[in-house]
Design a protein. Structure first.
Length: 433
């Protein structure tokens, strides 16, 4: 097991300076990022907390470039499971590891140490993950509790255009522009006066941003002839025939291999219908059949629809046949580990999810099957590393196909978990005489 000493965050100022002025400068220039409100750093000095909306995987590098101090980012320990990355992120950069397998109090203690003892800057994204559809996720109330505990100044960095330039599901960059606006959100005195609930409201309001909607209001377009490629990392349901895992992207379009439905992903982030497909009764209520009509204003609408559609399927079809596969992928490696230790290889083969379990049937060896009731914290690291926890053990599914979606598994498991909770006796109201 990785010892506490080995993952205790430190930092090297020289390395941080070099990283900012090399890779940070390159990324900032490449993404045409500009800063607004940098005068806030004339008055706010360390220690302080840096928060922001999490629009793209490169947010920390671009945000940090404009901050004139080293920033110690709270980061998923899933990024630190190799010795090289662990040394780079923890020992040289001073990242603070966070995992469901590490008690929150341990991460909080490190944050407190950097703020109160080292008088440094700690950065984190309250959403906990980067957005799939370009709109901000809610911040949990635990973040407000942490702010209340630290009573340090809070600076908010709101990025605009980052998602449209490089969506989480995309491997290629679009040609556009982005901006980051820095402002002081809370002062120590203000934090003392506010309740946790009031801080939570202020924090959530500050990080709220819908990038496609913003780009459309500004009349901005983000150009890339391959801009739709790998959309199936985020989209798993066809709005025409309703079938799952039949979408395929190429160039500027996404196509259903089952019914022929075709949509163009436009430069402004919306979806335009090209072909309605062969389905006589579209799964999407009110979907027009004529080409050129607006299908969804952004991926957010499609994602909301597909989750509701998946939930309906799970309650009907898959509830009646719990052993039937909901999703499956060939060519998947399953690994198991703990915290930041090196992960154990469990096999390579077909990953399958049904209403009761997720299993890997390897080309050689015994099948690995895990009851969904034992699973906690399903999620996706980077593009499509699907991870979940069983107790303190973390499992990771690595797909040979870079367009194979881990997001669809996480979505289905979360829906099934919510359904189980609703059916459990503990969730039923208790009547008292």
């Amino acid at each position: 097991m990785t010892s506490a000493r080995r993952y205790r965050p430190t930092s090297t100022r020289l390395f941080t300076w070099i990283l900012r002025h090399t890779y940070g400068a390159f990324i900032t220039s490449r993404y045409k990022a500009r800063a607004i409100g940098l005068e806030v750093f004339d008055t706010v000095k360390p220690p302080f907390i840096l928060v922001g909306n999490h629009s793209t995987l490169l947010d920390p590098f671009i945000t940090n470039y404009f901050v004139p101090y080293p920033v110690h980012w709270v980061s998923s320990d899933g990024n630190m499971r190799s010795a090289i990355m662990r040394f780079l992120l923890i020992k040289l950069v001073g990242s603070i590891p966070k995992s469901k397998a590490i008690p929150d109090i341990e991460t909080v203690n490190w944050i407190v140490e950097f703020i109160r003892k080292r008088k440094s800057v700690v950065g984190f994204y309250p959403e906990g993950q980067s957005t799939w559809d370009g709109s901000s996720l809610p911040s949990p109330v635990s973040t407000a509790k942490l702010v209340k505990l630290l009573k340090a100044p809070v600076i908010c960095a709101v990025s605009r255009g980052a998602y449209m330039t490089k969506p989480r599901w995309a491997y290629t960059r679009r040609d556009g522009e982005m901006q980051i606006e820095y402002s002081q959100l809370l002062t120590p005195q203000r934090i003392k006066e506010l309740s946790v609930e009031e801080i939570d409201t202020i924090l959530n309001a500050a990080i709220q941003h819908d990038d496609p909607a913003w780009a459309q209001r500004q009349g901005l377009e983000f150009q890339d002839p391959k801009r739709a490629e790998c959309l199936e990392l985020a989209l798993y349901a066809c709005p025409a025939c309703g079938k799952l895992q039949t979408l395929k992207s190429a160039g500027e379009r996404v196509v259903c291999l089952s019914c022929g439905f075709t949509a163009e992903y436009e430069e402004k982030g919306s979806f335009k219908l090209e072909k309605a497909g062969s389905s006589l009764s579209p799964a999407l209520s009110g979907m027009e059949s004529r080409g050129g009509s607006l299908l969804f204003p952004s991926l957010r609408g499609w994602d909301h629809w597909q989750k509701a559609h998946l939930e309906a399927l799970l309650k009907a079809n898959f509830a009646a046949s719990p052993d039937s596969p909901i999703f499956f992928d060939e060519g998947v490696r399953l690994l198991r580990g703990k915290r930041m230790d090196r992960m154990e290889y469990l096999g390579h083969g077909r990953l399958s999810l049904n209403s009761k379990s997720i299993s890997l049937k390897p080309t050689g060896g015994e099948e690995v099957s895990i009851d969904l009731a034992e699973i906690d914290g399903p999620g996706v690291l980077k593009w499509n590393l699907f991870e979940f926890y069983v107790g303190k053990a973390v499992y990771r599914a690595r797909f040979d196909d870079r367009a194979a979606s881990g997001y669809k598994y996480a979505s289905a498991i979360e829906i099934l978990a919510t359904a189980r909770q609703a059916l459990s006796p503990a969730s039923s109201p208790t009547l008292t005489p």
